[in-house]
Design a protein around this ligand. Structure first.
Ligand code: PHE
Length: 338
């Protein structure tokens, strides 16, 4: 039989063999030996090629080379395909424990805020929010800060321009709420506040407050006191004692600061309470009539109380955290503890 016909025959046979291959990963190697091995069918064709007349060599040589290249490529492809499918059939132990995905949780500040909110919600307070970029009017002027009040000083306030600033407390939310709602008003306003202060273990230029405001007819200071006492017992525990000291805020009159007995030393005096036995946790007071006038509420008819509590320090006390800067580092070794 002439060489060209034998080449055709080997090509057809290869085609046939490839189609018949099952899933045995050895099959590709067997085919490689059968066709391309030393004594393989194609190698034999090459051996016979040497003895054909020289003038036939260029044409038949080309056909023969194409067959060889084609066979190599197809056997290689077959081998890869068999390997890929066979690895899926490898033994898999379905009883192995799965990979547990890491689950995040709320930041300790958020958890503390949520607890404060939950306690006040039970007695009818609703949550209000305000923007962190505020007007000088809402942050200071409407809250009865005199034009030359030291809190407006560049040292405390981050000004954006003449009229806008980063709010220095959550009290502007009092103004925003009273401008859009009529009494009775009973709101709780959590949020981030900013003050241009040196960053150290006890203070930061960014922190969080919760503002409370209650406006209605006949709201009294004793209601304020009772509400905050009940809050302190629920938040810090029933043995905690409270005391109110006179204070000053431009937007409340009279004003007070509330302390709780140190829960580390139970009032005996320790490092946390600086040996005073007391920890200061919030500022409060009766809404100043000037503030009511600024928002168009009749101070003859209505009275109200307000309070503002720092959350970061409260959480610091509650969880016994030694450094306020840890809140913002985003270090999971710290955050995972809460
Ligand atoms: N806004 C005050 C502060 O940041 C706290 C405060 C709020 C005091 C409401 C009285 C009433 O210090």
């Amino acid at each position: 039989m002439d060489l060209l016909n034998r080449i055709d025959e080997v090509r057809a046979q290869l085609q046939n063999d490839i189609q018949q291959v099952g899933a045995d990963p050895q099959a590709a190697e067997n085919l490689r030996i059968k066709y391309l091995g030393k004594k393989g069918l194609i190698s034999v064709l090459f051996a016979d090629f040497n003895s054909i007349p020289a003038e036939q060599k260029p044409q038949i040589g080309r056909v023969l080379n194409i067959l060889k290249k084609d066979a190599e490529a197809r056997i290689q492809a077959l081998s890869e395909k068999l390997k890929a499918t066979s690895s899926q059939d490898e033994f898999f132990d379905y009883s192995l424990p799965g990979l547990t995905p890491a689950v995040g949780h709320l930041h300790p500040i958020t958890q503390t805020l949520n607890r404060v909110i939950a306690i006040f919600r039970e007695i009818g307070f609703v949550v209000e929010f305000g923007p962190e970029v505020e007007t000088d009017y809402n942050n200071f002027q409407a809250l009865n800060f005199a034009d030359d009040h030291p809190a407006r000083d560049m040292q405390d306030t981050f000004f954006i321009d003449e009229k806008r600033l980063l709010r220095t407390h959550t009290s502007p939310i009092q103004i925003r709420t009273m401008l859009k709602k009529k009494p009775p008003i009973r709101i709780l306003a959590p949020g981030r506040v900013y003050r241009n202060e040196a960053i150290n273990p006890r203070s930061h230029c960014v922190f969080h407050q919760v503002e409370g405001l209650y406006v209605d007819e006949n709201v009294t200071f004793s209601e304020l006191k009772t509400t905050l006492e009940v809050f302190a017992w629920r938040f810090f525990g029933a043995d905690v004692k409270t005391r109110f000291r006179p204070g000053f805020f431009p937007f409340t009159e009279p004003s007070a600061e509330m302390d709780i007995s140190c829960f580390i030393c139970a009032g005996k005096g320790c490092r946390l309470c600086k040996y005073t036995g007391w920890l200061e946790i919030l500022g409060c007071g009766m809404v100043d009539p000037n503030v009511f006038k600024n928002v168009g509420i009749d101070p003859e008819k209505y009275t109200g109380y307000a309070f503002g509590m720092g959350i970061d320090r409260t959480a610091l006390l509650k969880y016994g955290i030694g450094d306020i800067r840890l809140y913002f580092d985003g270090d999971v070794r710290f955050l995972e503890q809460f």
